[in-house]
Design a protein around this ligand. Sequence first.
Ligand code: SF4
Length: 364
Amino acid sequence: MKENNENSWNDELKGRLKKRSQLEEYIELEAAQAAWFTQSEEKGDDILPFMTSRYYLETALAAGPDGRAAILRQIIPSAEEFVVKDYELSDPLGEAKYSPAPRLVHCYPDRALILVTDECAMFCRHCFRRSFTGGMKGALTDAELDPILEYFRCKPEISEVLLTGGDPLTLSDDRLKSIISRIKDVRPEMIIRLCTRMPVVLPSRITAQLVAMLGSYDGIWLVTHFNHPSEITIEAAGGIRAMRKAGVPVLNQTVLLRGVNDNLETLSSLFRRLLSKGVKPYYLFQGDLAAGTSHLRVPLEEALRLTAELKDLISGMAMPRFAVDLPGGGGKITLPSQHHQLEREGDFFTVKGLDNEQYRYPAN
Ligand code: SF4
């Protein structure tokens, strides 16, 4: 692994590109992309801003035509984001309904998640938590963590906690260590999942100090977010290797995205490559019904066909679980499922959520 230090990743974070003019130093914008920048000025704070690490943009430009297009589609906003379907939501997973304390979401009996920051190294155009991400709420404070730890004390059935946001690895090692230690003080057996895109978009964050700190705890799992094989660069693979060597297992969640990875060749290559780097493909997510993301979403009917074919093509180890988060708090279901049968009703599927209520999901 390249010797990264606290300063190099922090400098890279500070040097993220946030302006149209910076992006145009690298590429010429297409009409719909230019239109987003023009119209976004009128929309004010109500949109997910443009932001990327230089590293991720340069990864796109160094990739072949397919990888370049796939990565740029995740980086560069399009005016298509201003098209909001009537079934799309600002909180597509209904997390507010399951939030017993600020920054805490408890939807499943044995799992909870903490929104430890709204900072990211880049803003993914498909982000389902876009109304929180980049919202200037900043990092979790100790005053916010106190009631969360009290909640964990009273809920012994919670055995796993996800640190997410935003990207938890935008926090300093010291802050991360303090949050993990305080959780472990209250619940030593708690499994902690660190959900991060840093190995993909800013791999210099995976420093020897960070790896040593995370490796000093039991039960820490790194959950990355690779969406295309071209994202698995030498730097990204180096960070993963270091984590694994330190005893931190690595899983990956991919979002199925139109124009990024919605074909058998890309998905099979991505999952096989991840597996060869020691990363278990864990979930392939159907794109959530986040406002302004329909141009990136693969219709569910097509997604089901694609994943059925993929299952016949790759090994069981390489195949992730295909999951759909039902809108409005119906929970995550994996498909196909005997317990959650999809029924077609016109342009929608209806399906039983984890709470046994019926939920509707657009078929195409
Ligand atoms: S890194 Fe994660 S939280 Fe941040 S914008 Fe991307 S998907 Fe959203």
